[in-house]
Design a protein around this ligand. Structure first.
Ligand code: B4P
Length: 190
């Protein structure tokens, strides 16, 4: 099985490149951001709780997102593999993911990080905010809060995979096709 973690700060291009990876490798896309936005649009209790945190640029509690991922893994027993996009975002989530995959006799093949500087991230997210309707993309203050959450809580996740020799980083600035070529070259090595 091919199980990829696509890593990087908000706006690094994880969602964009996930779509390319699905098309090429036939993997199942698990984006915690997309799943949470689905809960919000359906008006579920979980969605209502998540919306308050997301609109304020904060992370949703670990147990909520781990439960969502566990359900999705169970719902796809015949998958060729998964792309984890926006998950794990904390070390606790990373450890839980290892356990969930171990129970299914599989493991993470590798984490690939997209490296993009803060100025470019802010520019991309504000641009997307003009049309996405996402409240968390609409103002610079919330965007900076999301980047801070990433620096404080999510960057340690890279160390978790470095310790397992499963970490690679690539330049996330440039054309979408060019970045996808670099990504594919890493995936071909797994
Ligand atoms: P996400 O939905 O994961 O949102 P994101 O970090 O903004 O990444 P996304 O994938 O959407 O953006 P992309 O880089 O592709 O999370 C949203 C919120 O949900 C979090 O803040 C948190 O509250 C909550 N959440 C989600 N997962 C969680 C978890 N595991 N634990 C706790 N809370 C969680 O693209 C950005 C823009 O850049 C796009 O407009 C794109 O067109 C553009 N772009 C992409 N590549 C480009 C390139 N090469 N050049 C120029 N522009 C590019």
């Amino acid at each position: 099985m091919l199980n990829l973690v696509l890593f990087g700060p908000p706006g690094a291009g994880k969602g964009t490149q996930s779509q390319n990876l699905i098309d090429k490798y036939g993997l199942i896309h698990l984006s915690t951001g997309d799943i949470l936005r689905g809960e919000i649009s359906q008006g579920t209790a979980l969605g209502l709780e998540a919306k308050k945190l997301m609109d304020d640029g904060k992370l949703v509690p670990d147990e909520v997102v781990i439960g969502m991922i566990s359900n999705k893994l169970d719902a796809n027993p015949d998958a060729k593999g998964f792309i984890f996009d926006g998950f794990p975002r904390t070390v606790a989530q990373a450890a839980a993911l290892d356990t969930l995959l171990e129970e299914k006799n599989t493991a993470i093949s590798g984490m690939i990080a997209l490296v993009v500087d803060d100025e470019e991230l802010e520019k991309r997210l504000l641009e997307r905010g003009k049309t996405s309707g996402r409240p968390d993309d609409a103002n610079p203050e919330i965007i900076r809060k999301r980047i801070n959450e990433y620096n404080n809580k999510t960057t340690p996740v890279a160390e978790f995979y470095k310790d397992q020799n499963k970490f690679t980083s690539i330049n996330g600035i440039g054309s979408i096709d060019g970045i996808f070529s670099s990504l594919s070259a890493v995936v071909e090595g797994y």
